[in-house]
Ligand binder design. Structure first.
Ligand SMILES: Nc1ncnc2c1ncn2[C@@H]1O[C@H](COP(=O)(O)OP(=O)(O)OP(=O)(O)O)[C@@H](O)[C@H]1O
Length: 654
């Protein structure tokens, strides 16, 4: 270069990222973490939070933290693992979302850092997607910083998404932890946790913590701080929730519900209907579809909607949105809506069917009286259910009062329903299915102190549904026989049991949990099968695939019911602790070639996931349902049948 030549220096302007500008601010905030004292926190501004977070909170009108937020945010900012418990609607979500944002901000997280936060929730809302969606998801997932998903879906990404990496993970949040375990995801959760980096912070939340959570806490948390803000409260439900129950016989329930709706037209209400996970799709929500269709046809004078797990995800979302927007409406829902969903301004929660246990009750009523709002809850019980359920609620510190109904208040809908059933044959079929599935669900419920099919006046119940004659229900006798033989076995073992009885076995939570877990397994479904065909064989996956090929069987599930609601064909494969078990199989001609092909080439994921979902995901709509995706294409016939069902009985009507 010539010495006189001037060097031109270009003035490059380097764009300084926002987080760098705030570097000093972050350092100062971090220093204040140790001084956080929940007692002195009145507003969010009292927390050492970044300006962006504070602006976001102010924009959403969140000024004062709730109890759980006041207690938990500081502890998480200080870097501790937590086990958080607080009532429904008390703001648990924000108590982990605020530290999540602060964590990413502090770590100056960018898109290139990949996954930083994993939030596991038991609901399917973000995981219920088709395989087509998954493809897009697999591309995006490596560039995502926060993932919210169900355990099943997450495990699938571990297995199938080549570029899915958790190695930079900063925080793991397990929301509604008890429900996740309740659904049989304990093993899945353990294997998820074992795949995550040890250097991370973990938060575990629940509104109804059970002993079972402790086991998950042991494997996932490191020296956790236990935060239970309402532990010493006199009640386990929000104080501004008024709770009452009515006792009436099963045949009067429909009339009572109708009278209630007619008298509360200026209200927004959710009516919870029992849905039995063990049932096949078309039977699973039959009680709910029947009631929904009846109420729609009778035109109560307010919008009526329905939300249940076997609806497709798009429909579910649109019903959810529509219900949120309405000022007055009645939503028929299964327990899919019982947890976590934050519907605005619900006036009433009606439990048309007795909940499986006190925790389910607490979550259902928790859809109203959220965050300082008021709300009312009404539980409808049969005389048989009253004592057992009320005892459970009292034990759980649920303040509930009995109210008597004036019999004149209850409409007798029988003539109207009979006319409707005669007019609409599909409604009559639905009534039959509702009848059968309700009785079956009582048998499968397990807790005989509360649920007892023998206490039902079968003829009166059928008539109350608009049926002239009661469908045959041979399974009741079979169920009773089975129960008898179980009782005899139990009597034989009684002496040993009494000797071995431990404190844990006396615990209500544990007891219920065990019952629920057993009743969730597919083995319960074989209650209706001829005894000779109930043989169970433990199989390895390879052997199973061989047998399936040999016998020309369809993998997954196909259950056909005859007119009486008895099983005529049933094939189910379930996965239990990595042992595949052929529950029952009868050879059938493969209806759709694609499904049979899938069976023959049964890859690990297709067999595993579908069976998992048959047994676990069910109505709650949780987990990744590959039977809804991989096999959907193949089993067109059954899909069409399901679709028909859904169009008949779902959506909304005014
Ligand atoms: N600090 C706050 N100020 C005002 N509203 C809040 C605050 N925190 C939460 N909320 C509102 O309270 C409602 C309930 O919050 P959230 O859904 O987090 O409750 P939850 O404890 O997770 O309930 P559930 O156990 O039923 O899932 C939401 O509508 C939320 O927007």
């Amino acid at each position: 270069m010539h010495p006189n030549q001037k060097i031109k220096i270009k003035n490059y302007s380097v764009r300084i990222p926002q987080w760098k500008k705030n570097d000093k601010e972050i350092q100062q905030l971090t220093k204040q973490y140790d001084q956080i004292d929940p007692g002195s926190i009145a507003t969010f501004k009292d927390f050492p939070l970044t300006q962006k977070t504070l602006d976001g909170l102010a924009e959403a009108d969140f000024i004062n933290p709730t109890d759980i937020q006041r207690e938990a945010i500081g502890v998480v900012l200080q870097g501790h693992d937590i086990l958080g418990a607080a009532m429904t609607g008390s703001g648990k979500t924000l108590s982990f979302l605020i530290p999540v944002l602060e964590c990413l901000c502090r770590a100056r997280w960018t898109i290139n850092d990949g996954l930083g936060i994993l939030i596991i929730s038991p609901t399917r809302e973000l995981a219920y997607q088709t395989f087509e969606d998954l493809k897009g998801e697999q591309e995006r997932i490596s560039r995502t910083n926060i993932i919210v998903c169900t355990p099943g879906r997450l495990l699938q990404h571990f297995d199938e998404t080549w570029n899915f990496s958790c190695e930079n993970l900063k925080m793991l949040i397990i929301d509604e932890a008890d429900r996740t375990l309740d659904m049989g995801f304990a093993e899945t959760m353990k294997s998820i946790v074992s795949n995550l980096p040890k250097e991370r912070q973990t938060m575990l939340f629940s509104a109804t913590p059970t002993k079972s959570i402790r086991e998950l806490a042991l494997v996932s948390l490191e020296k956790p701080v236990y935060i239970s803000v309402h532990e010493k409260a006199n009640t386990s439900t929000p104080i501004n929730l008024t709770q009452s129950y009515i006792v009436c016989e099963v045949p009067q329930k429909v009339g009572l519900l109708w009278s209630f709706i007619k008298n509360h037209l200026k209200s927004k209400m959710i009516v919870f209907i029992q849905s039995c996970k063990q049932f096949v799709v078309f039977l699973r929500n039959s009680g709910m579809k029947f009631l929904y269709n009846v109420v729609c046809k009778l035109r109560p004078g307010l919008p009526v909607l329905a939300l249940y797990g076997t609806m497709n995800q798009m429909k579910r979302m649109s019903v959810y949105d529509e219900f949120c927007r309405k000022q007055y409406a009645c939503l028929f829902a299964t327990d899919i809506a019982a947890r976590g969903l934050d519907f605005p301004s619900i006036d009433w929660v009606i439990q048309f069917d007795c909940p499986a246990d006190a925790n389910t009750y607490i979550h259902r009523v928790g859809r109203t009286a959220r965050f300082q709002h008021g709300g009312e809850a009404l539980l409808i019980l049969t005389p048989r259910e009253e004592q057992g359920m009320i005892k459970q609620l009292e034990d759980k510190k649920v303040p509930i009062k009995k109210i008597e109904v004036n019999p004149n208040y209850i409409h007798d809908l029988t003539p109207k329903l009979q006319t409707l059933c005669a007019q609409f044959p599909e409604l009559k079929e639905e009534a039959k299915r509702a009848f059968t599935s309700y009785l079956r669900s009582l048998i499968l419920m397990g807790n005989r102190k509360v649920f007892d099919v023998k206490s039902i006046d079968i003829e009166a119940f059928a008539s109350a549904l608009g049926l002239e004659i009661a469908p045959k229900v041979r399974f009741i006798k079979k169920g009773q026989k089975q129960e008898q033989s179980t009782n005899e076995n139990n009597n034989n073992n009684k002496n040993h049991e009494e000797e071995d009885k431990t404190e844990d076995e006396d615990d209500d939570d544990n007891d219920l949990f065990t019952i629920k877990k057993t009743s969730n397994t597919l083995e319960q479904t074989v209650i209706d099968l001829p005894e000779s065909s109930q043989k169970e064989k433990k199989l390895t996956k390879a052997k199973l695939a061989k047998q399936l090929r040999k016998k020309n069987l369809l993998a997954n599930k196909r259950i056909d019911y005859d007119e009486d609601g008895n099983v005529s064909i049933m094939i189910i494969i379930s996965l239990e602790k990595s042992n595949l078990r052929l529950i029952h199989a009868k050879p059938v001609e493969p209806t759709v070639t694609a499904t049979a092909e899938t069976t023959q080439t049964s890859s690990r994921s297709s067999v595993v996931d579908s069976s998992e979902n048959n047994s676990e995901s069910s109505d709650s709509g949780e987990g990744f349902d590959s039977s809804e995706s991989t096999h959907r294409e193949g089993s067109k016939e059954s899909t069409e049948q399901e679709e028909k069902e859904e169009t008949n009985g779902s959506g909304s009507a005014e």
